[in-house]
Design a protein around this ligand. Structure first.
Ligand SMILES: Cc1cc2nc3c(=O)[nH]c(=O)nc-3n(C[C@H](O)[C@H](O)[C@H](O)COP(=O)(O)O)c2cc1C
Ligand SMILES: Nc1ncnc2c1ncn2[C@@H]1O[C@H](COP(=O)(O)OP(=O)(O)OP(=O)(O)O)[C@@H](O)[C@H]1O
Length: 307
């Protein structure tokens, strides 16, 4: 795995000198992002230089659009996944209000300091600096004066439209998991620490490992899904309810309830990763608990036979 650097005041910006950088937020590290990162690797190879994923420590939308933001992954997960794409390093710029308020030129000076990359790869729609006033023309003007080559790429597309984090979030919100996974190039996942539930699952004969995933980390629509749960280094089939269980809305708090097939260990307090493979049905309120049990059992049977 590549080294991850936080570009605070102690970071030696000479590290950028002669490197090939791909610049962006990269939420989801989707196929479009991977394409851009592979372009940076290509010019790095030709140049005998380093390839760098250049990003921010947080998603800027956390600062400016926190209410409506639905992230595809946490910042730590994003940096770690970037580090596994094959680049030589990940450099995370601390994103502060003050930094965000920089003019486009100041933004570039503060980003690179004295270490100017040989190649900078961005999508053609890339914007930076205060009020997103900097775009590819401003980038080129600055680059020309500093000996940096800007590569503004057409966005990698699928079915006639660019692959973007926004598009993937909308697909997930619409329950279109297959399409979202296809654009991500991997299964969409949620992670968290397993919390005790209300115990009603055990009473019903269906135990669940519960995660309380905050709204901001839950772009996936409420519903029932076939999934894989990763616990303690092992992968298990799982039937998952996403969203607060409608039948118990007055007292439930879990937002991701995971029935792990053929498993009865105690995993409270443990880290769990849930990879979503198939949308099965909408979640709904049941008047009769035996109907709820039958519906959940049918979902479990489907997972057992089809995943
Ligand atoms: C595969 C699966 C599907 C579920 N579907 C629904 C549903 O449609 N409506 C609902 O209210 N709860 C649904 N649940 C949630 C259960 O009602 C919940 O797991 C149960 O209340 C146990 O909660 P506890 O773990 O907090 O005790 C589902 C759970 C699973 C595992
Ligand atoms: N499909 C794509 N193909 C190539 N480059 C892309 C693609 N999508 C984004 N990029 C570029 O990757 C970098 C990271 O982009 P960014 O994090 O804004 O991704 P995004 O998927 O477009 O997100 P959002 O939908 O939230 O705007 C930027 O330089 C951006 O222009």
């Amino acid at each position: 795995m590549a080294q991850i650097y936080k570009a605070d005041e102690t970071f030696d910006r000479g590290y950028f000198q002669g490197a090939s950088c791909a610049f962006g937020v990269f939420d989801g590290v989707h196929r479009g992002h991977r394409f851009l990162l592979s372009c940076a690797q290509d010019t790095a190879r030709q140049n005998d230089g380093k390839s760098i994923a250049l990003t921010f420590d947080i998603d800027p939308d956390e600062m400016f659009h926190a209410q409506r933001l639905r992230k595809l992954m946490s910042n730590e997960e994003r940096l770690e996944m970037l580090a596994q794409t094959g680049v030589d390093a990940v450099v995370a710029l601390p994103f502060t209000r003050e930094f965000a308020a920089s003019s486009p030129e100041e933004f570039l000076v503060r980003t690179f300091g004295t270490g100017v990359p040989a190649h900078l790869h961005v999508g053609f729609d890339f914007h930076f600096g205060a009020k997103a006033a900097g775009a590819v023309p401003e980038l080129r003007t600055w680059a020309d004066g500093h000996g940096m080559q800007v590569h503004a790429h057409d966005l990698k597309s699928e079915d006639g439209a660019p692959i973007t984090a926004t598009r993937i979030r909308l697909l997930l919100a619409d329950g279109k998991l297959d399409e979202a996974n296809h654009l991500l190039g991997r299964p969409y996942f949620m992670t968290g620490i397993v919390r005790p539930g209300r115990g009603e699952g055990a009473d019903m004969g269906i135990r669940t490992a519960n995660l309380e995933v905050p709204d901001q980390m839950r772009p996936l629509s409420d519903g029932v899904y076939g999934a894989y749960a990763h616990v303690d280094g092992k992968r298990y089939k799982a039937a998952v309810n996403v969203g607060v269980a409608a039948t118990f809305a007055d007292r439930a708090t879990a937002t991701c309830e995971v029935h792990i097939l053929d498993f009865d260990g105690d995993i409270y307090g443990q880290y769990m990763k849930v990879e979503f493979m198939k949308w099965l049905r909408p979640m709904r309120a049941f008047d009769d608990i035996s109907e709820l049990i039958a519906a959940v059992q049918a979902n479990i049977d489907w997972v057992r036979e089809n995943l």
